[in-house]
Design a protein around this ligand. Structure first.
Ligand code: ATP
Length: 481
């Protein structure tokens, strides 16, 4: 179990394949081998910032979900945590230890991917046991009296020196001042680490294989929790997608990692199985109480599984919050639109404070007067008595049909009605002026396509966003306007 700390993490893809398992020395040699090194550096076209200034403290035992549309940088971030991608800038700590330069296998992290990657010729038991069989466990070295042996870690020092050499070289030929600054900071933190390891003897380890009985015990323990005890002798081809993903989870579990990283593990399953596996994974987390970090593009998975969710867009964190806070208090229009089905309705409006009301003027020229005491607190600069253009957001379930004779309502026309049984979704358009549909989630009713429908909003659930920046202009508390 472990807490994680991500400080100003950046990932810049610079056209060089950072995943190549070439030794850093070979890389330096290759670059230095050129008669004129600078052009080689400039060849790094397609430089791309995939993750920008990611900051987060993750408590031990949390279930964190990274969510966002394709390409937002969620997989890159989880891969940096796993050690499968180099961190271009910033610092990553696991349990307070800086791990930027710690090899993946030494981070004590298990990763489960979308593709189960099981060995087809092995049984479930063999698949789960495989990593344990190969694994040599570090056993702290002790002297004859049983006291821990401390020594200077020469391997670690060698690795750090290699890294320093590469970073120093990159800094020298950085393409911009910002890059140079980032690389110099990185060099400083590497130097600090090198100083520490050069001067400080650390616990020495020897490595031993796990006994067979201990491996079997672990496999049976995982199989029991995952409900696949009956399948231990089966081969992957004889199992369903859900069962195979359970085996993949089992393989991660037996390693007893400090952190579980799950990258879209349910994407290959059909909708029904995904829903049940979602619950299985939440149960597994409750049982193991280990830190889980889960990547998905599916906001329903994020909402139902995460204790906290990180919403990302184009490499930038948009909001980190609990599922209900994200739903109720989105920090910006992107988060508001991304979380929730059907999507929040957005309307371009102008607002103007008039006594204790907020006059909201819509595209069809109609004005709705909202009670300022019922709305969430609005940034004072929008309440100066002048007109301001903003985006109004309201979720379908916070729209009501106006009572007959209520003049303070919005005139719309019903386009399409979908009766879902438990709710009815009505797609209405502003009469005389509205292009976009407003989706209302209502009870059953007798309206038909083409009918006029007057609607009002539940005021405390109305959202307002600045038109340019798209940032919310509201606080979390209601009233005080
Ligand atoms: P998806 O859900 O599609 O996997 P994602 O949010 O996980 O998306 P990432 O895989 O993290 O996105 O990719 C973030 C961005 O970085 C994307 O624009 C992607 O094209 C780019 N990218 C990823 N790997 C590399 C690479 N090796 N070299 C250059 N660019 C890359």
């Amino acid at each position: 179990m472990a807490g994680l700390s991500l400080k100003h993490i950046y990932k810049v893809y610079d056209g060089r394949n950072t995943n190549k398992k070439k030794s850093v020395r070979a890389l330096i040699k290759k670059v230095r081998g050129k008669s004129e090194p600078k052009p080689t550096v400039e060849k790094r076209s397609g430089k791309f910032v995939a993750v920008k200034d990611f900051n987060m403290e993750i408590e031990d035992g949390e279930f964190i979900v990274f969510v966002g549309p394709s390409g937002c940088g969620k997989s890159t971030t989880i891969r940096m945590i796993a050690g499968l991608e180099d961190i271009s800038g910033g610092e990553l700590y696991i349990d307070g230890v800086l791990v930027n330069d710690v090899a993946p296998k030494e981070r004590d992290i298990a990763m489960v991917f979308q593709n189960y990657a099981l060995y087809p010729h092995m049984t479930v038991h063999q698949n789960i046991a495989f990593a344990l069989k190969l694994r040599k466990l570090p056993v702290a070295k002790v002297d004859k009296e049983g006291k821990p042996v401390f020594a200077i870690d020469k391997k670690k020092i060698r690795e750090l020196k290699d890294k320093l050499e590469v970073v120093g070289y990159d800094a020298e030929y950085a393409e911009s001042e910002a890059d140079k600054e980032m690389l110099l900071q990185r060099r400083q933190s590497l130097e600090k680490e090198l100083d520490y390891y050069t001067q400080t003897p650390v616990q020495a380890y020897k490595y031993k294989k796990m006994p067979k009985s201990a491996i079997n015990e672990k496999v049976e323990w995982a199989a029991k929790i995952l409900g696949i005890e009956e399948l231990l002798d089966n081969k992957p081809a004889e199992m369903s997608g859900g069962q195979r993903q359970r085996v993949a989870l089992g393989r991660a579990m037996v390693r007893g990692p400090k952190v579980f990283l799950l990258d879209e593990p349910l994407s290959n399953l059909d909708a029904k199985l995904r829903a049940s596996m979602r619950q299985e994974i939440v149960k597994l987390h409750n049982e193991l109480k280990t830190t889980f970090i889960y990547v998905t593009h599916d906001q329903v998975e994020a909402m139902t599984m995460g204790t906290r969710i990180v919403v990302m867009k184009l490499g930038v964190v948009q909001q980190i919050d609990t599922p209900t806070n994200l739903y109720d208090f989105p920090d910006n229009k992107f988060v508001a639109g991304f979380i929730g089905t059907p999507q929040m309705n957005f309307m371009d409006v102008t607002i103007k404070k008039a006594a204790k009301k907020l006059a909201v003027t819509f595209a069809n020229g109609q004005t709705l007067k909202l009670d300022l005491a019922q709305l969430r607190k609005i940034d004072g600069k929008y309440l100066d008595g002048e007109e301001h253009e903003v985006a109004l957001g309201v979720r379908g379930e916070h729209i009501r049909i106006a009572e007959t004779g209520n003049a303070n309502s919005l005139k719309t026309t019903l386009s399409v009605k979908e009766v879902l049984g438990n709710t009815t979704q009505m797609f209405v358009k502003l009469t005389d002026g509205g292009q976009d549909y407003i989706v209302c989630v209502l009870d059953r009713n007798d309206y038909r396509s083409g009918d006029p429908v007057k609607i009002t909003f539940a005021e405390k659930n109305v959202h307002l966003f600045d038109k340019e920046s798209e940032i919310s202009i509201m606080d979390r508390e209601v009233g005080n306007n």
